[in-house]
Write a protein that binds this ligand. Structure first.
Ligand SMILES: NC(=O)c1ccc[n+]([C@@H]2O[C@H](COP(=O)([O-])OP(=O)(O)OC[C@H]3O[C@@H](n4cnc5c(N)ncnc54)[C@H](OP(=O)(O)O)[C@@H]3O)[C@@H](O)[C@H]2O)c1
Length: 282
């Protein structure tokens, strides 16, 4: 089985290293391409994989072709590949927002998987949510599942809307966690810890809390209540979060990510990017 990757950016490298680390395939069974030849050549040097002169070379080589370019570049990448796929090949897209319908229309291929991994895949701790089109045979689905298992945990869904939902929750999720960590770090520094100590405090607090959640299997709300005594310090902090409408901010932010996934689908369908218009106005 040969695997092709189109897009040698952050995720292209994460996919490459995960597949090799978990021995899913040998380095000689991976081929990567990018808009510019330097990036695939550098990855080929680091990992011993093959690099292609163009995207068509990847489609000719691979049984599974992974699309890993930004959604904004998806149309320009897919249009020239129309008709380049044959029966038995599977396209796996990890591009946020870009629908199965759009991929089928632009490539002319029906055996499609759409997936949303996340960045902890880099250390085998990712979460990938995926959906396969009805044309993908079970044997191909097993292979695709094995690829996602190299990234960490995976879950298959049958409703494509859940891929956009997963994009807003687990796809973008690590950035929300880092955002909370960043703000805890800032407070730790303001309260007198040096940078090294602040790192230790915040990192171990995250790790300990996540492990406790995993270990007990309790609802986060139950765990939160169990550490919040009436009139105590945690209660004072949580009261302030409530007064400043933090839960509403979370909900609005995640909704914004979900809406953006819908906009990315429209961009891949040829509509202008509303975010680009806003950037021009400001
Ligand atoms: N990063 C994440 O945490 C994450 C998580 C889940 C899913 N994703 C999805 O993964 C995809 C890739 O994200 P990324 O962070 O890896 O992006 P990235 O670092 O920008 O990598 C994309 C690569 O694709 C190249 N490219 C652009 N147009 C191309 C074309 N026509 N043919 C071949 N290569 C082309 C880009 O080159 P240039 O830089 O020269 O344009 C870039 O090297 C995105 O669709 C994103 O939605 C990302």
């Amino acid at each position: 089985m040969n695997i092709g990757i189109i897009g040698a950016g952050v995720m292209g490298e994460v996919i490459t290293s995960s597949l090799l680390k978990k021995n899913v395939v040998a380095a000689s069974q991976i081929m990567i391409a990018d808009a510019l030849p330097e990036k695939p050549a550098a990855l080929a040097k680091t990992y011993g994989i093959r690099h292609a002169a163009d995207n068509r070379e990847v489609t000719a080589f691979a049984d599974i072709v992974i699309f890993s370019v930004k959604p904004q570049n998806s149309r320009a990448m897919m249009e020239p590949l129309s008709g380049a796929f044959h029966e038995g090949q599977v396209i796996v897209s990890i591009m946020a927002g870009v629908s199965l319908g759009t991929i089928e229309r632009l490539t002319g291929h029906k055996e499609l998987v759409r997936a949303m991994p996340n960045i902890p895949a880099k250390i085998g701790e990712g979460m990938t949510v995926w959906i396969a089109s009805p044309s993908v045979p079970d044997c191909s689905k097993m292979i695709v599942k094995m690829i996602f298992q190299a990234f960490g945990l995976e879950t298959e869904v049958t409703n494509e809307d859940l891929i956009d939902a997963a994009t807003a929750i687990s796809g973008s999720g690590p950035a929300y966690i880092f955002y909370v960590a960043e703000n805890l770090m800032k407070s730790a520094l303001e309260l007198g810890f040096d940078n090294r100590e602040a790192h230790r405090l915040v990192q171990q607090t995250f790790r300990g809390a996540m492990d406790l959640w995993h270990h007990t299997g309790e609802e986060p709300e139950t765990l939160r209540r169990s550490v919040t005594s009436k009139g105590g310090t945690t209660a004072a902090a949580l009261k302030t979060f409530g007064e400043r409408k933090t839960p509403e901010s979370f909900s609005a932010a995640i909704h914004a990510a979900y809406v953006r996934a819908g906009q990315l689908r429209e961009i891949a369908d040829g509509k202008p990017d509303p975010a680009a218009d806003l950037e021009k106005q400001s």
